[in-house]
Write a protein that binds this ligand. Structure first.
Ligand SMILES: Cc1ncc(COP(=O)(O)O)c(C=O)c1O
Length: 367
């Protein structure tokens, strides 16, 4: 990528990356990968060339699990799995693994990703869409039409494309709560004990594509349909410590480094403080502007994906071009929504957000 001037004095002529995923990784993590690439932990080979059954990789696997357990204080009656494949795999693996003979599951439809999860689940069960997002963005639980005998209640904690996020854990005592946390996992602390299953693709806040993390309560481990693929049978994978099949070792390693990095930042309380500060100042600029707009209610606004439109969409391409010239990249909104989207996950520095804000304010003055 070529810039007229070196925009940010970032090493390697890098840019501030606001992509929705795969997304920004901290430079320290990339540098460690570079340092260790050819000979990982004195094995004489790259991690990519090393058996997943080697002592060193198995130690990495154990340490990764422990890091997640420590960061989230995961209760002992939950398993933590690292499974190959994308987040979408779990749209079908959740019903296959935990319907347990029940016919209905409750789904909360808050946008793009919950709609896809619903379509996928309909292959396996009757989906009761307990509520659909409306002008309320996330309608209150008092309006949800839940099914008394549902196998589980499913919601998308952060709608990456719509820019809508649950900032609380819904109260659903009648069935296990299942959450897609692909785009806000490990960005803030979380009470795992409120959930039956949490799953997340790693490519936003904790790594790169190709891996997903599943946290599952023990009592849900014995309900898989007989034709559940063995590689995605949560119980079989739990019994084998996620090493039943050859896992994507490199993405797992990147996640391991990200988990260490989060710990080094001070853990999830510190991460949350930074993430909330980044989001707050960006929304403030939008709210105080005549040019930028975000119509989502404050209590439902995503702290990870800040979507906004320009009052005149004819300015969009100039906005993107001038942002790019300053090393502020990948801000274009999702193709189905238009406008802009600044994804500000763990790996996006506060400096990046400050530079974006400065640019947005100057752009508005000159528009
Ligand atoms: C909330 C959410 N769920 C699921 C997915 C699907 O992820 P994958 O492409 O890893 O299947 C995404 C991808 O952006 C997402 O943001």
């Amino acid at each position: 990528m070529k810039f007229k001037v070196k925009p940010n004095n970032l090493p390697y002529n890098r840019v501030f990356n606001f992509a929705a995923g795969p997304a920004a990784l901290p430079l320290e993590v990339l540098q460690q990968i570079q340092d260790e690439l050819f000979n990982w932990q004195d094995t004489g080979v790259s991690l990519m060339e090393l058996s997943h059954r080697s002592k060193q990789f198995m130690q990495l696997a154990e340490a990764s699990e422990q890091l997640i357990r420590d960061l989230l204080a995961v209760p002992s009656n939950y398993k933590v799995l690292f499974l190959g494949g994308s987040a979408r795999v779990h749209f079908s693996m959740i019903p296959m693994n935990i319907l347990g003979g029940k016919r209905t599951a409750d789904y909360i439809d808050t946008g793009f990703w919950s709609k896809i999860a619903i379509t996928e689940a309909q292959k396996y069960c009757t989906v009761n869409t307990a509520i659909s997002s409306s002008e309320d963005n996330i309608p209150p639980e008092s309006r949800w039409q839940l099914t008394p005998n549902a196998a589980y209640v499913y919601y998308t904690a952060n709608e990456t494309i719509d820019g809508i996020e649950f900032q609380h854990i819904p109260q659903c005592a009648h069935a296990p709560l299942v959450s897609d946390m692909t785009s806000n996992f490990l960005a803030y602390p979380l009470d795992v004990s409120k959930f039956g299953i949490i799953f997340a693709g790693t490519q936003k806040n904790i790594g790169i594509g190709g891996l997903s993390v599943v946290i599952i309560r023990d009592d849900l481990l014995d309900k898989a349909m007989p034709h559940t693929p063995m590689a995605y049978d949560y119980r079989l994978q739990a019994e084998k410590k996620s090493l039943l099949t050859t896992p994507p070792t490199f993405p797992w390693y990147v996640t391991y480094l990200m988990l260490q990095w989060i710990k080094a930042q001070g853990g999830l309380n510190a991460m949350a403080e930074i993430n909330q500060r980044k989001a707050k100042k960006l929304y403030q600029v939008i709210d105080n502007s005549a040019l930028y707009q975000n119509a989502i209610h404050a209590e439902c606004r995503s702290r990870m994906n800040v979507v906004f439109t320009l009052a005149d969409s004819a300015l969009d391409s100039r906005f993107l071009e001038e942002a790019g010239q300053r090393g502020l990249q990948y801000l274009k909104g999702h193709r189905c929504k238009g406008g802009m989207r600044a994804s500000i996950y763990n790996g996006v520095s506060e400096q990046g957000v400050d530079n974006l804000i400065e640019f947005m304010q100057q752009f508005e003055q000159n528009a």
